[in-house]
Structure formats: C-alpha cells, structure tokens
Design a protein around this ligand. Structure first.
Ligand code: AMP
Ligand code: ZN
Length: 113
C-alpha cells in the first residue's frame, strides 16, 4: 500500500534497524522502545490489523508468533516476554499495517495498561 509507513519500511524507503527478514516477514527495532527488547514483526503483505484478517491470513499470523519466539530465544529473554497485537484505536494501535510487538528484558506488569 503506497501510503503505509510499514510498507515503506519494508521497501527500504524509510530506514529501520532490521532484526530479521525472510520471504514472509520483516522485523525491526521499535523507534520508541517500551522495553530493552522491543521488536516489531510485520507481514510483508499489507493488511490493516487483526480485525481485518481473513482465514487466508491464519498462517502468517501464527508464523509471526514463531518469529517472535525465535528472536526471544536469540535475545536470551525467555525468562519472560510478551507478544502483543494492538487492535483498534482504543488499544493504542497507531499504524494500520498488522504488526506484532515483542517486548522483553524487564519485569512486566499485569494487567497491562
Ligand atoms: P501500535 O501503537 O501498536 O500501532 O504500534 C506502532 C509502533 O510503531 C509504535 O510502538 C511506534 O513506536 C512504532 N513506530 C512508529 N514509527 C516507527 C518507525 N519509523 N520505525 C520504527 N518503529 C516505529
Ligand atoms: Zn502496509
């Protein structure tokens, strides 16, 4: 999608700190980290978010979680991390290209704010 921030990051038109990339996903450091590890995992194919997902997106949504687990293992944060989809404006979703937050490296409060 031409006017999408994360599509531009995937295309290299906006710089980012790449963490991982393959044919299906791109992962990069969040520009405003909320934890020592704060990585965003995004599908290369644009869709707006979880509530816009269709059954054909099931595989990529699961795959994003597995990529988060791989990065969590590599970052040595398996003693506690969180994977989060913000869904809709009231959740804080501000970029409408699906992205999974991977947060870790510190104690996490529950429930989240
Ligand atoms: P959300 O609020 O769930 O939509 O998450 C969007 C995330 O994108 C926020 O955590 C932002 O800090 C992050 N973000 C916004 N612009 C950039 C950028 N240019 N590079 C990396 N992360 C970004
Ligand atoms: Zn996009």
């Amino acid at each position: 999608m031409s006017d999408c921030l994360f599509c531009k990051i995937i295309a290299g038109q906006i710089p980012s700190k790449k963490v991982y990339e393959d044919d299906l996903v791109y992962a990069f450091e969040d520009i405003q980290p909320a934890a020592p590890t704060h990585v965003l995992i995004v599908p290369k194919r644009h869709f707006a978010g979880l509530k816009e997902a269709t059954p054909e997106d099931a595989e990529i949504i699961g795959y994003m979680q597995l990529v988060a687990a791989k990065i969590g293992r590599e970052r040595n944060i398996e003693d506690g991390y969180r994977t989060v989809f913000n869904v809709g404006p009231r959740s804080g979703q501000s970029v409408f290209h699906l992205h999974l937050h991977l947060l870790g490296g510190r104690d996490m409060a529950w429930p989240p704010g």
